[in-house]
Design a protein around this ligand. Structure first.
Ligand SMILES: [Zn+2]
Length: 314
């Protein structure tokens, strides 16, 4: 085995262990418990876990996803977070080698994962996570690890704040509440500091598309379950419209009809997201929260910004 493979295995294993720690940090951050003190325990029965039932991913598979004491199912969140963190660390190492850039991007990936956990679980973004992201973003460019200057980084930070707060307040015109939380603005501020204004705008655009991409199938399932067949068929027609765009002549009236159908479905998704925000219904979450959409977009932009711009501009 050559040295690079050995390091790659080490990086992956470190990613698994830190991923395991991230589960604890996120959950105790939400509940306000201390990170260091209480040892790992089953959230259902409270029994302390042995070291051999606390190995990332492997223990979950070995225990068949159940607590060894009370046999209650263990949340899939644990192995998913561990695996995601390890895979991201490995991707960073394979892309940028053993470098300071890799170290920073690994730390930033872990913050992204923390944001995803708290946003998916309780629709909140904790300030401590976004503050670390902002600090890492600035430091990343102060150390010249990225492709933008320090000035562009600071500009991205300020512009991110102003643009996102403007849109958040515009929401009050329509639903009498902010369109999204202050936590989401702070994510944008961090990404602005990390990637600069241009890439931040690309991230925001991409995250809206990601949200629509996930909202369409989730809405379809929800409508079918509720036997709302007009809603379900509306989505079906819209998806057919999107597919047809590729097949029909751009000059025909049919193309125009397709575009109309797609606009209708995007409005429907937006309406559904706003309705969810207004009612704060977490159990019937039929959209991808904004935080996770933004951080996934940021990862895509870090690796594929040229290709993504190419798709939109041609
Ligand atoms: Zn238990």
């Amino acid at each position: 085995m050559d040295i690079n493979t050995l390091i790659a295995i080490f990086v992956f294993a470190t990613g698994l262990c830190i991923g395991s720690f991230l589960n604890v940090v996120a959950l105790r951050g939400l509940s306000g418990e201390s990170i260091v003190f209480p040892p790992s325990k089953c959230p259902k029965c409270g029994k302390k876990l042995n070291w051999y039932t606390n190995i990332p991913v492997i223990s979950y598979i070995f225990l068949l996803g159940k607590c060894q004491f009370c046999k209650k199912p263990i949340s899939l969140q644990y192995p998913i977070v561990e695996a995601a963190n390890a895979i991201l660390y490995l991707i960073m190492f394979l892309s940028f080698g053993l470098s300071l850039k890799t170290l920073f991007l690994c730390a930033i990936s872990s913050i992204f994962i923390l944001i995803c956990i708290t946003d998916f679980k309780e629709q909140v973004v904790l300030d401590v996570h976004t503050y670390i992201l902002i600090a890492l973003g600035l430091l990343y460019n102060i150390l010249h690890l990225g492709s933008i200057t320090i000035l562009e980084s600071i500009l991205g930070l300020i512009a991110g704040y102003l643009i996102f707060e403007l849109f958040a307040h515009l929401g009050t015109l329509f639903i009498k509440t902010r369109a999204f939380g202050e936590g989401d603005t702070l994510i944008a501020v961090g990404l602005g500091a990390l990637l600069g204004l241009k890439m931040l705008i690309l991230c925001a655009f991409l995250s809206l598309i990601l949200q629509a991409f996930f909202a369409i199938p989730m809405l379809f399932v929800k409508y079918v379950k509720k036997k709302n067949f007009s809603g379900a068929s509306a989505i079906f027609i819209a998806v057919a419209g999107i597919v047809s765009l590729k097949l029909v002549n751009p000059d025909s009236t049919y193309y125009f009809a397709c575009l109309l159908a797609i606009c209708a479905i995007l409005l429907l998704c937006l309406f559904e997201i706003l309705r969810n925000l207004k009612n704060k219904t977490s159990e019937s979450l039929s959209y991808m929260p904004f935080g996770p959409a933004m951080v996934v977009s940021a990862l895509l932009v870090i690796f594929f910004s040229k290709q993504i711009i190419g798709i939109f501009i041609g």
